[in-house]
Design a protein around this ligand. Sequence first.
Ligand code: FES
Ligand code: MG
Length: 589
Amino acid sequence: MTQNGPKTLRSRDWFNNLERMDMTALYLERFMNYGVTPEELRSGKPIIGIAQSGSDLSPCNRIHIDLAKRTRDGIRDAGGIPIEFPVHPIFENCRRPTAALDRNLLYLGLVELLNGYPIDGVVLTTGCDKTTPAQIMAASTVDIPAIVLSGGPMLDGWHDGELVGSGTVIWRSRRKLSAGEIDEEEFLDRATSSAPSAGHCNSMGTASTMNAVAEAIGLSLTGCAAIPAPYRERGQMAYRTGKRIVDMVGEDLRPSRILNRDAFLNAIATVSVCGGSSNAQPHIIAMARHAGVELEPQVWQEHGYDLPLLVNMQPAGAYLGERFHRAGGVPAAMWELMNAGKLKGDALTCTGQSIADNLCGSESNDREMIRTFDEPLMEKAGFLVLSGNLFDFGILKTSVISEDFRQRYLSRDGKEGVFEARAIVFDGSDDYHHRINDPDLNIDADCILVIRGSGVIGWPGSAEVVNMQPPDALIRDGIAWLPTLGDGRQSGTSDSPSILNISPESAAGGGLSWLRTGDTIRVDLNSQSCDALVDKEEIARRIADDPQPTIPASQTPWEELFREKSSQLSEGGVMEFALKYRKTSAKLP
Ligand code: FES
Ligand code: MG
């Protein structure tokens, strides 16, 4: 071990316990089955876990099954012993009722593995949305040296000469289908064209966003996040990551030395200039809280809203992951922040250097893809934080507000940034799908679509459903978006200008529970307020007299436990009781 390193490796407690040779022998014998020798295990080499997130149930992360071979080579060459093990699979699109249930489940499982086994450091293999925050949260709790290896995005998708990005193509094609411009076969063809190879979503959805965040907070090697999964450099990055984690164990470079407030502020700034996913909000709050950093809800606005959109990637921009990588990827986007004085450059990273040192020479030479502060794609493109009589916290991702929407809602009646609309309230997504085309609702361009029962408790897990599209008839009339509002989330690949992640949710007694179809909602982006124009007496009467919206019963033990233990999205949706276990491994007997 180096001067700064741990006096002893935690794995030696298992394999070099001279007082309990019987236990040492028991621990040793089975590892020999696959070529790790007792001599090696007892030699003082660090044991490096590879938390394997890829499987057939986790197709976005499946590339890691191949990459692990290169990661192992790197670990071996640096003098470590690789031990690969599975983590709970997460597949964003397929998991019912929602993959949001699994972030905290993967977290719990990985904490037990890292704490309970002889592991000195760990490579976290990330990709699909929640696989990144879940593993980082666990590494913080156990606080052993950890490094993130992203699997990388898919290659760019093309359809009829047009770039089609993961998820984004689905939301856009859904509108075309409703407008009668394409049929169902064409819809499916466009969707599948967006997924041409192994890898995670190739747009700046939640997966690309969260892997960018892992790099921005200093837990990935420089340039790791954006390398497409099938590229040669991805395998090389796996090898280098394997080598580096061995040195990190030697340097005792734990998450608690890297993940401070500055690291998370850098992440918020990076998400803002990238036009990143609104799901970054609960995930960054959750990772920060597990790292012992309390980020106040306003932090999104104070440290991100004023920043411009620089990365020209769908859904806020035009291009996809391959071009982003070739343009310099996350380091090039962060270089612009640093150049503009908007980055905390001293933040320590997994390289052992500061983020500013890592970013030296990262300036992009593709200005169509990565813009400068002087010529951005959009000014003030971060998240706005709203509140009012309906909720204490909700966010609006401004980088996806289209010009058409701005003209129609945010500049009308000469009142910039203010509009009033008639609420159409849906109880969950089934209700929305059943009734959205019901002519009796009289939905017109002056309506706001509201969905409740889609939060942490209501769904349960919190569903990606707030990006509700208007009725087919309105779309045929050229109205592609209505304002939307909800206590669920929406896909990071969506281009819908929604007010979402509303906390407290309806099922926790939030204001959406008393809102009625026909109420007027006033949104004022200047004062960041959103209120139902219903007087206090009427609100009190509704709360006292009217039945509460119902929510579905839990279907599994975990759903029940999740509902009981998890906080609201404004608080990161974390299991509050888990926070006190930070630095768990340090307390091992
Ligand atoms: Fe897994 Fe997008 S669905 S990365
Ligand atoms: Mg998603």
